[in-house]
Design a protein around this ligand. Structure first.
Ligand code: IPE
Ligand code: IPE
Ligand code: MG
Length: 226
């Protein structure tokens, strides 16, 4: 059983195109998948779920799409956080917060505060997240703290990441058939297993999540051993 599953929720745009809808409708359909997925993850016994919602590179999309995504994050925070709280999820956010709209930053803080004592499932949302940015931010903070080179090892480094308390990723799921990592959790996926599905994110179901978990269970994780 994977303790930590990380999901690259990709394919909203292609789903919208296939349905003759605007891209925003794809993002909206993508949000609807979240509740059943979190429910399934909690039931199966996954401890941590990390969801890639917006990358540091996604700012490069047309302004209208970025704006509608930010509005959707706000709307989702308003609509879903109470529900997630009732289901016992603890919400945390990963990424460079100061670059996000002030209203989104406020919603993030509120969601974290509201859910901080929950323990059924830890949900991390990667928002304005980049794996390289995270590594650079960790290095900067180590220098600010005046660490000497000989004090820095993998354990120290990991303690400067955005969420040092999280166990390393066991399984990465990517939807929409793309075999790439797109700057997601570069440090934490060192020995993660991969599951790529052709399914577009708005069509991703709890059943498919279970298939990914079953696939994970058949893997032999050698971690450099034999
Ligand atoms: C993923 O879907 C959602 C975000 C990156 C915010 P996309 O918007 O990347 O969908 P495709 O890849 O264009 O189909
Ligand atoms: C990765 O998807 C980011 C998120 C799912 C938030 P992208 O659609 O941005 O990745 P690329 O452009 O296909 O690499
Ligand atoms: Mg994409």
């Amino acid at each position: 059983m994977p303790r930590h599953v990380a999901v690259i929720m990709d394919g909203n745009g292609r789903w919208a195109k296939a349905h003759w809808l605007p891209r925003t409708a794809g993002h909206r359909a993508g949000v609807a998948v979240l509740t059943p997925l979190l429910e399934a993850a909690g039931e199966i016994g996954v401890e941590v779920l990390t969801l890639y919602a917006f990358s540091t590179e996604n700012w490069g999309r047309p302004e209208t799409e970025v704006d509608s995504l930010m509005s959707l994050f706000l709307e989702t925070a308003k609509g879903k956080v109470t529900e997630l709280n009732e289901r016992g999820a603890r919400l945390r956010f990963l990424g460079r917060r100061t670059h996000l709209p002030v209203a989104v930053q406020g919603a993030i803080e509120e969601a974290e505060k509201l859910t901080k004592d929950n323990s059924h499932l830890d949900v991390y949302v990667a928002l304005n997240y980049g794996g390289r940015a995270e590594i650079v931010d960790a290095a900067r903070r180590m220098m600010q703290d005046g660490l000497k080179p000989e004090e820095i090892d993998e354990t120290t480094f990991a303690s400067y990441l955005y969420a040092p308390e999280v166990p390393e990723v066991d399984l990465v799921i990517r939807t929409s058939g793309e075999f790439r990592i797109s700057n997601f959790l570069l440090w934490q996926i060192a020995y993660a297993e991969f599951y790529v599905t052709e399914t577009l994110w708005p069509d991703f179901s709890p059943e498919e999540f279970c298939r990914a978990i079953v696939s994970f269970a058949t893997r032999s994780r050698r971690r450099g051993g034999i």
